[in-house]
Design a protein around this ligand. Structure first.
Ligand code: 4NP
Length: 150
C-alpha cells in the first residue's frame, strides 16, 4: 500500500480536490489517499461548496470529506506528502524531524513542471473560475503522478 497525503492551508478548497482527483485515477486496493490542512480554521468542515461543485461537474464526489489539521504523525503514516503551494511546503518542513520526513515532502505542481516550484493558487477569496482553474491544474498533475505510480 502506497500512502499519499495532499496538504493545503484550510483543507477545504485545494487539497480535498487533489485527494478526490488522485483517488479517481488510482486503484484503491493499492493506494491510500488523504488530505489535511496546515491551518486549523476549518477542522471538521466539509469542503468548500465551490470545490464540491467543480468536482461534481467532472464526476467526482468529495462531499464526504471532512477537514483535519496536518500533524507530525502524518510523517509516519504517509509515504509521500504533496504541498499545494510553497508556503504550505515551508510550513510542513518546519514540523519535519529528520531527513526521512523531509524527503517525503514535495510540491504537487512539480509533477507537471519539475523543479519550477510553482504553487496552486488559493481560490478561497476569488470566484468560481478560480476553482475551475485549480481543478484543471490538479487534474493534470494527478494524471502525471498516476502515470508514474501505476
Ligand atoms: P485551501 O483554501 O487552503 O485551498 O483549503 C483556503 C481556505 C480557507 C482559508 C484559506 C485558504 N482561510 O483563510 O480561511
Amino acid at each position: 500500500m502506497t500512502k499519499i497525503l495532499m496538504v493545503c492551508l484550510g483543507n477545504i478548497c485545494r487539497s480535498p480536490l487533489a485527494e478526490g482527483i488522485l483517488k479517481s485515477k488510482l486503484p484503491e486496493d493499492k493506494f491510500t489517499i488523504d488530505s489535511a490542512g496546515t491551518g486549523a480554521y476549518h477542522v471538521g468542515n466539509t469542503p468548500d461548496a465551490r470545490s464540491i461543485a467543480v468536482a461534481k461537474k467532472y464526476g467526482i464526489d468529495i462531499s464526504n470529506q471532512r477537514a483535519r489539521q496536518f500533524t507530525r504523525k502524518d510523517f509516519v503514516d504517509f509515504d509521500i506528502i504533496y504541498a499545494m503551494d510553497t508556503s504550505n511546503h515551508t510550513n510542513i518542513l518546519k514540523i519535519a524531524k529528520n531527513d526521512i520526513d523531509t524527503s517525503k515532502v514535495k510540491l504537487i505542481l512539480n509533477e507537471i513542471t519539475p523543479s519550477e516550484n510553482l504553487s496552486v493558487p488559493d481560490p478561497y477569496y476569488g470566484g468560481v473560475q478560480g476553482f475551475e482553474n485549480v481543478y484543471k491544474m490538479l487534474d493534470t498533475a494527478c494524471s502525471e503522478l498516476a502515470k508514474k505510480l501505476i
